[in-house]
Design a protein around this ligand. Structure first.
Ligand SMILES: *[C@@H]1O[C@H](CO)[C@@H](O)[C@H](O)[C@H]1NC(C)=O
Ligand SMILES: *[C@@H]1O[C@H](CO)[C@@H](O)[C@H](O)[C@H]1NC(C)=O
Ligand SMILES: *[C@@H]1O[C@H](CO)[C@@H](O)[C@H](O)[C@H]1NC(C)=O
Ligand SMILES: *[C@@H]1O[C@H](CO)[C@@H](O)[C@H](O)[C@H]1NC(C)=O
Ligand SMILES: *[C@@H]1O[C@H](CO)[C@@H](O)[C@H](O)[C@H]1NC(C)=O
Ligand SMILES: *[C@@H]1O[C@H](CO)[C@@H](O)[C@H](O)[C@H]1NC(C)=O
Ligand SMILES: *[C@@H]1O[C@H](CO)[C@@H](O)[C@H](O)[C@H]1NC(C)=O
Ligand SMILES: *[C@@H]1O[C@H](CO)[C@@H](O)[C@H](O)[C@H]1NC(C)=O
Ligand SMILES: *[C@@H]1O[C@H](CO)[C@@H](O)[C@H](O)[C@H]1NC(C)=O
Length: 836
């Protein structure tokens, strides 16, 4: 009883302490080794989650999953163009409710890094800078222009002040421990001439003058001034050193990879990310951030790249839909636990780095309290290695780091993924007509359509000779700009009678175009993520007399497009009696945006047009708006809209912009691999999937957007994203040490005690064991097979422990699954279970 009372009061004390620490001011400083929070050096794991890339109802769950994954800190950019809609007109609505997001992080008991920028890049439209700013005379983005600096300072001051008002800096008791000004400017500083450096130093001084009581950082700013910490962004940062020995080594962006329409999808293997992080901490790193930990979605027109997909999944530990990506999330969770077991030794001792082979390095951190932690690294990108360290021998797989929190026992090896795998499915669900429609007696789905007018002839915004720049004209208020001209064909033109068609030739700065002649679409073209310009040549069905030529130019602006511009540069017709005629300096009529956009027919303007309701919606029609009233899909699993069978366009649900869709396929010549060799330096083209497939097929629709109640639209479906089966395996070679219970996990002989752990998603439990074998099973999750050694009661034993449980733990190499079974064979245990 006494023990229970002690536990009880200790528990109370703990929660009392937590409340205290979350409201009292914390003193954040730093020295050469790390940040110092309230007098204590800290090793910190940070996770990037951008608030506008999900919805407020998802924030608490995402932040909780990051915390459970071992993160101490959330990192976010601040998106200026989402907040200052016109000069001085600020907005913090819905997904842009920054204060609410910071408070979610605070309530979770985590820290926050606020990267104010205000230029953020981030594959975000215009890199986060408001487009209106570009049209104020004298403004050059990110330069020593007084106009730019004045607007930038007003914005930063505004953001800092709302954070101060709500006491969100750590110095005031809030979660913000670091703030960032500018972003990767060191890499472009020279492009801006002499003013570049002046601007960077001005930005640092201006930030410091904000007096926020926590340190400022500048990433990739190699000449950051003394009081600002310069940090590293890369796939690897172990070799990084800040520009002064008095600054700690901080890694603000560790990348997996983003997607562009028309390419295959990049993946960074968990073994390699873990390797990069372990090497960073081995070599004196103190704070590491995953960019992204949850990438989320580029809703509406926020993606900027161009050709960046609407999905910003990023192959991150939490997927776009908010589900844990396993084994990546859990492998990194184990890594974080192992590193945290070493925290004191790492931060309070001077390391000894020893070469223990040509490409093998041991680092030992032994502090004065007697604790000792070691990292053993094998940088060989092909061969494993047995090494001797402090009289014990250790197996080191190629391209891996082992972490020994007591300098003896391996808690974790970056190449040994022992954690659970889950299989995620997109389960299709047909669209169901809403109940109100069904009650009105209609059967099935009813598609309503509205066809856009082609060209700028009927409704013209302005007329000019030659080409206006697309972005300068639309000011990015819409993706679309019509260019229309009229071309007269003489009755006597030979092509009219000799069976050939003239050729239309279009050149452009980007990014995509549809060509219409006499209201019929005849061709489309687009640039891509590496070359945004396109050229087009197509036969053109001209008739005698007047011909209307209309080009619908489309953009998807990116970080530097205020310089580059977009739209047509040349339009010519070849194959006429007079040879080639250049239409470029003709009189062109312009129309900005689509009629449906002006009338807001996707939201409150739905009744501004006359929709037609054909019995079957037309297929493969350009410039058509489709509308359908559907029931919300049932259940709480995340939902994606399957757009594989549609063309290029944008989608809305209840007035909320889901994003741009485009089932553009990657080239079948892309190199894809079904398995990925994690060994060796990662590069973006290394491990790609989906060659020859649309880059993005499903579009995430947040559940909170459903109200309770040119392609083939009949084939649009909702899909529920769900974890179907889970797998876990453990092997004598890969002992899974119970990191939750480290003291008990180490036997007296220094060996780790191994377990197998299974866990279903929230609110589901293990409903069946689909496979279990203790012995020498082979294969991968979904296709495990028994080997020659198989314990006949494997399934029964696992069922007894795990059935109907949310999670369970099975001891390995002891008890039922003892070491003596099948002597001489290296044993493993593999389990596949279904969650329900
Ligand atoms: C904050 O910590 C630094 C050193 O870590 C110390 O010099 C300074 O006095 C502290 N400030 C406050 C307000 O406690
Ligand atoms: C601020 O911007 C929004 C969105 O463009 C607009 O609706 C609103 O009228 C503006 N408010 C002011 C005061 O300019
Ligand atoms: C390793 O063994 C040698 C010889 O037995 C001994 O002198 C030394 O102290 C041992 N080192 C460690 C770290 O145990
Ligand atoms: C992009 O287009 C250019 C020019 O057509 C081409 O050379 C390049 O291979 C394309 N890149 C990708 C990733 O498709
Ligand atoms: C956009 O307009 C500005 C001001 O007229 C001009 O200086 C700039 O060159 C134009 N940009 C492009 C890409 O044409
Ligand atoms: C038809 O006439 C056009 C225009 O004069 C010419 O360019 C083309 O070569 C002719 N085609 C044939 C098959 O004669
Ligand atoms: C062809 O060129 C001649 C001489 O420049 C001109 O008179 C004639 O109108 C042109 N024909 C057409 C169809 O453009
Ligand atoms: C789990 O169930 C609880 C209680 O019914 C509910 O509040 C919660 O939202 C559910 N979580 C998920 C992820 O469905
Ligand atoms: C699991 O639950 C099912 C359904 O409630 C029940 O029939 C079964 O006996 C349970 N099994 C175990 C091992 O608890």
């Amino acid at each position: 009883m006494a023990v229970e009372i002690t536990n009880f009061s200790r528990l109370l004390l703990l929660s009392f302490f937590l409340v205290l620490s979350s409201t009292s001011a914390e003193n954040v400083t730093y020295d050469h080794r790390s940040l110092i929070i309230d007098g204590r050096r800290r090793l910190l794991i940070s996770a990037s989650i951008h608030y506008p890339r999900s919805v407020p109802s998802m924030w608490p769950g995402l932040v909780a999953s990051a915390k459970e994954g071992g993160a101490d800190v959330i990192e976010t950019y601040v998106f200026w163009n989402g907040h200052e809609l016109s000069p001085g007109n600020y907005s913090f609505e819905d997904r842009f409710d920054l204060v609410k997001f910071v408070n979610v992080v605070k309530d979770a008991g985590m820290y926050l890094i606020l990267r104010i920028g205000p230029f953020v890049a981030a594959e975000w439209n215009f890199g986060g800078i408001p487009v209106w700013l570009h049209y104020i005379p004298g403004v050059v983005f990110r330069s020593n222009s007084e106009q730019f600096k004045s607007h930038m300072q007003s914005f930063m001051t505004f953001i800092v002040n709302i954070m101060k008002r709500d006491k969100l800096f750590a110095s005031q008791g809030g979660p913000i421990i670091l703030a960032q000004v500018e972003n990767e400017y060191g890499d472009t500083e020279n492009v801006y001439g002499d003013g570049g450096k002046l601007y960077a130093m001005w930005a640092a001084d201006m930030a410091l003058s904000q007096d926020i009581g926590v340190p400022w950082i500048m990433c990739q700013q190699y000449d950051a001034p003394a009081r600002v910490i310069n940090t590293c962004n890369s796939f690897y940062c172990d070799q990084f050193a800040p520009n002064s020995p008095s600054k700690p080594k901080i890694w603000t962006e560790n990348w997996p990879g983003f997607q562009t329409f028309g390419t295959s999808n990049p993946h960074r293997p968990p073994e390699d990310i873990a390797f990069s992080v372990a090497r960073f901490f081995q070599k004196g790193g103190s704070l590491q951030n995953y960019y992204m930990y949850h990438g989320g979605t580029n809703f509406g027109r926020t993606s900027g790249g161009p050709f960046i997909t609407t999905s910003y999944d990023y192959d991150a530990p939490i997927d776009e839909y908010g589900l844990l990506r396993l084994p990546k999330w859990s492998h990194l969770k184990d890594l974080h636990k192992s590193i945290k077991l070493c925290e004191h030794a790492l931060l309070y001792s001077e390391p000894t780095h020893l070469l223990i082979g040509p490409l093998q390095e041991a680092s030992v951190y032994a502090d004065s309290s007697g604790s000792c932690a070691a990292f053993l690294a094998n940088m060989d990108d092909t061969d494993e290695k047995w090494i001797v360290f402090q009289n014990r021998s250790y197996h080191l797989p190629a391209w891996s780091v082992s972490i020994l929190p007591d300098c003896k026992t391996i808690a974790f090896n970056t190449a040994k993924v022992r954690s659970q795998i889950s299989m995620v499915d997109m389960v299709p669900e047909s669209l169901v007509a809403s109940k109100t429609i069904q009650e009105k007696g209609s059967k099935g789905l009813q598609w309503h359509i509205y066809k856009e007018k082609t060209g700028a002839v009927e409704k013209t915004d302005f007329v000019r000779h030659g080409f206006a720049d697309h972005l300068n004209t639309t000011k990015d208020a819409t993706d679309y700009l019509w260019y229309s001209t009229r071309f007269h064909v003489d009755e006597g033109e030979k092509f009219l009678n000799n069976g050939t068609q003239p050729i239309l030739m279009v050149e452009s700065k980007g990014h995509a175009v549809h060509v219409f002649v006499n209201e019929e679409i005849i061709a489309s073209a687009s640039g891509n993520g590496t070359d945004i310009t396109y050229k087009l040549e197509t036969q053109v069905p001209l008739k005698a007399g007047k011909n209307d030529i209309s080009l619908l130019s489309m953009t998807n602006a990116g970080p530097f497009y205020e310089w580059v511009g977009a739209g047509l540069t040349s339009v010519k017709i070849a194959g006429l009696d007079n040879g080639t005629i250049d239409l470029s300096s003709n009189t062109w009529k312009y129309k900005i945006g689509l009629e449906g956009e002006h009338l807001r027919i996707y939201s409150d303007g739905i009744d501004n047009v006359k929709w037609i309701t054909p019995s079957l919606p037309p297929k493969d029609q350009a410039l058509t708006w489709y509308m359908v009233v559907v029931d919300a899909p049932k259940g709480t699993e995340p939902v994606g809209l399957d757009m594989k069978y549609m063309g290029k366009g944008q989608a809305w649900l209840n007035g909320k912009a889901i994003g741009r869709y485009w089932p553009r396929k990657s080239s079948i010549n892309d190199k894809c691999s079904s398995s990925c060799n994690y060994k060796g330096k990662f590069f973006p083209d290394k491990c790609r999937t989906g060659c020859g497939e649309p880059t993005q097929r499903w579009y995430h629709i947040p559940l909170s957007w459903f109200k309770p109640s040119g392609g083939d639209p009949t084939r649009i479906t909702f899909s529920r994203r769900r974890i179907s089966n889970i797998c876990s395996s453990v092997s004598e070679d890969y002992p899974f040490v119970d990191l939750e219970n480290w003291e008990n996990a180490v036997r007296s002989n220094g060996e780790g005690r191994a377990i197998l752990h299974l866990a279903c998603p929230e609110n589901s439990s293990i409903s069946s064991i689909r496979f279990a074998s203790y012995g020498n099973p082979s294969g991968a999750c979904g296709s495990y097979q028994q080997g020659i050694c198989h314990h006949p009661s494997s399934v029964l034993i696992i069922e007894k422990v795990c059935l109907n449980k949310t999670q369970c733990t099975i001891p390995f190499l002891e008890g039922d699954f003892s070491k003596d079974f099948c002597p001489g064979i290296t044993k493993s245990l593999a389990v596949e279970a279904a969650c329900n």
